[in-house]
Design a protein around this ligand. Structure first.
Ligand code: ADP
Ligand code: MG
Length: 273
């Protein structure tokens, strides 16, 4: 199985990374995929969103797994992986992960520690989604080094240009120096308020600026209080507000994500012929 590894990244906080990780991940599971979500943020928001209210009480989290990689220890199958009732698996995180980030600075192969961990589990999964922390630090670089795809949520309310430029530079650098396989899936507009024109203006600006080099997803995620409530509920938008507009949007995003991989697959076989 050729596992698709998707980093969900933007160094800006509050743009919908974690919400997208939950609902794209569970959307993929509903489409029959085997999905592992990785919480790569010491805040543990993904872990909390999936129902563990106190991540620091968990016996095993991502920092332990990365620690084992650093010290060359064996990782038993599925160690520390949690199962969510909606059909996804989760490698949780807690605040210890920020200590791990500090120790990475002096580690050998420091950019590929997460990749080395994922290499031990990816055989079990068709899709792995990595929820990145809001910075371009060593943990995000590890996520980009481990991924073959990146999805960039952008909140439709603010002009994202400057921060986006930095993120794209980091992506280019990682691609050149560590991971040539990394491809940008696209920019996802989130929290779109249908009463304003921000979303249209921003997607036009993005299209003008990046000249078709970077796709803006056709799906936009609407703003909705129902979406805001889900993180406290420990479930997805499909369970919390089925039939709502945000559930529908994340379903459409799931289809777009699957379409991208199908197209790339076709392209590949086309070239080899
Ligand atoms: P990030 O991971 O980028 O920091 P989150 O996914 O945690 O962003 O979202 C930031 C806040 O916005 C959270 O309180 C979340 O519940 C809320 N939120 C996310 N998506 C939506 C949406 N479509 N409509 C309204 N609120 C949302
Ligand atoms: Mg988050």
């Amino acid at each position: 199985m050729n596992t698709q590894i998707i980093a969900i990244a933007n160094q800006k906080g509050g743009v919908g990374k974690t919400t997208t990780c939950v609902n794209l991940g569970i959307g993929l599971a509903k489409a029959g995929k085997k999905v592992l979500l990785i919480d790569c943020d010491p805040q543990g928001s993904l872990t909390i969103s999936l129902g563990t209210s106190q991540p620091d009480k968990l016996p095993v989290t991502l920092s332990d797994m990365m620690g084992k990689v650093l010290t060359d220890q064996q990782i038993p199958t599925a160690e520390g992986i949690l199962h969510h009732p909606e059909g996804v698996d989760l490698m949780p995180a807690d605040i210890q992960l920020s200590g791990m980030e500090v120790s990475l600075v002096n580690a050998m192969s420091r950019e590929t520690v997460l990749k080395q961990y994922l290499d031990t589990v990816k055989g079990q999964y068709s899709h792995i989604l990595i929820d990145c922390q809001p910075s371009l630090g060593m943990l995000t670089v590890n996520a980009l080094a481990a991924a073959n795809r990146i999805l960039i949520p952008v909140q439709a309310e603010y002009l994202p240009a400057k921060g986006l430029e930095q993120l794209l530079q980091t992506v280019s650098k990682v691609r050149r120096q560590i991971n040539p396989k990394l491809q940008i899936d696209g920019i996802l507009l989130t929290m779109v308020d249908s009463r304003t024109n921000f979303a249209r203006e921003i997607s036009e600006l993005l299209r003008d600026t990046y000249g078709g080099k970077i796709k803006v997803f056709g799906t936009e995620i609407p703003h909705s209080v129902r979406a805001k409530e889900t993180s406290a509920e420990g479930k997805s938008i499909y369970a919390h507000d089925p039939g709502g507009k945000v559930a529908e949007a994340y379903q459409n995003l799931t289809k777009e994500v699957l379409k991208i991989e199908k197209q790339r697959e076709k392209h590949k076989t086309g070239i080899s012929r």
